[in-house]
Design a protein around this ligand. Structure first.
Ligand code: ZN
Length: 300
């Protein structure tokens, strides 16, 4: 699922390609994609893209006349930009937004299409539906971070990825943050020492900042074509059984729902292997049992 650094790369590209241009036509294909009906989606035709913003992992196009087009990529949704005259069709295209200078394509290569689009009139309506209340991790100081993290006693993995706690952190970057902080994913927020809290705060900022910068450099003036949750230069995420890039220990995992958390035993758990059931036991009923439920929880 695209997280803060990935969404930031998309927003940056949308700023460069779409802002200031007018939407000439919109086509939504696929019944489940459009999740709002009032105002009708055709309202955006003839409207100019005035700006962009991010709400959690959601991409918002601010249009003239107080209209907001919200795109949630969920796990496999991706955005592409096609110059005027280029092909914009294809089986997996869910939405095509034709502007005067090119076409924005929402595409999802997956059997079950989960990406969603909404149109709202007015900021109140937008925020009521899409603001999950998470703090922006790059805009808060250490004390605000600590207070929010300790508001509920949960595992660090759960606390970092909760959209009501922090905005834009999901499964991939939480794995990388916890590795960098040297903390176990199943350690509970109430158990953190002040020193560990310092490390977690720094690791959160550094990880998100570095990846945002890296993706922006990769994209340059172009379009982020290769957005993925699995990157070669990640240290633990998606690296099960590969050597940890810091210490060389074989990376381990805890499987939950149809997902997994990756961690390095040497860097994070004092050499201890966490049983697969450790996460669900520590999280109790709070942890989602199915992938659908997980997405609902993580989709902020
Ligand atoms: Zn390690």
């Amino acid at each position: 699922m695209p997280e803060l650094p990935d969404v930031a790369a998309y927003l940056d590209a949308i700023d460069r390609h779409l802002v200031g241009h007018t939407i000439e036509a919109v086509e939504v294909r696929g019944m489940a994609v459009l999740r709002s009906f009032d105002p009708p989606i055709s309202e955006i035709e003839g409207r100019r893209v005035a700006g962009t913003r991010r709400l959690g992992k959601r991409i918002v196009l601010e249009l003239d006349d107080d209209l907001f087009l919200v795109i949630h990529l969920m796990i496999a949704g991706r955005l592409f930009w096609r110059e005027v005259g280029a092909k914009t069709g294809g089986r997996d295209v869910l939405m095509a937004l034709r502007l005067d200078n090119g076409t924005l394509i929402l595409r999802e290569v997956a059997k079950k299409k989960r990406a969603r689009v909404w149109l709202h009139r007015g900021e109140d309506d937008l925020l009521a539906e899409h603001d999950r209340g998470g703090l922006e991790p790059l805009e808060i100081d250490r004390d605000a971070f600590a207070t929010r993290l300790r508001a509920q006693n949960r595992t660090l993995k759960r606390a970092l990825t909760s959209p009501a706690t922090f905005s834009g952190i999901g499964n991939a970057y939480s794995d990388e943050i916890l590795l960098r902080a040297g903390l176990s994913p199943v350690k509970r927020t109430a158990q953190l020492t002040e020193d560990e809290m310092d490390r977690l705060y720094e690791a959160t900022r550094d990880t998100l900042t570095e990846w945002t910068r890296k993706l922006q450099q990769e994209t340059g003036d172009g379009w982020p074509e290769k957005v993925t949750a699995f990157r070669d230069d990640m240290v633990v995420h998606g690296k099960y059984r590969h050597p940890c890039a810091v210490c060389g220990t074989s990376v381990q995992r805890i499987v939950y729902a149809e997902n997994e958390a990756n961690y390095c035993p040497t860097c994070q758990t004092g050499g201890k292997l966490l049983a697969d059931r450790a996460l669900s036991r520590l999280l109790g009923d709070e942890w989602p049992r199915t992938l659908e439920e997980l997405e609902e929880r993580l989709d902020g």
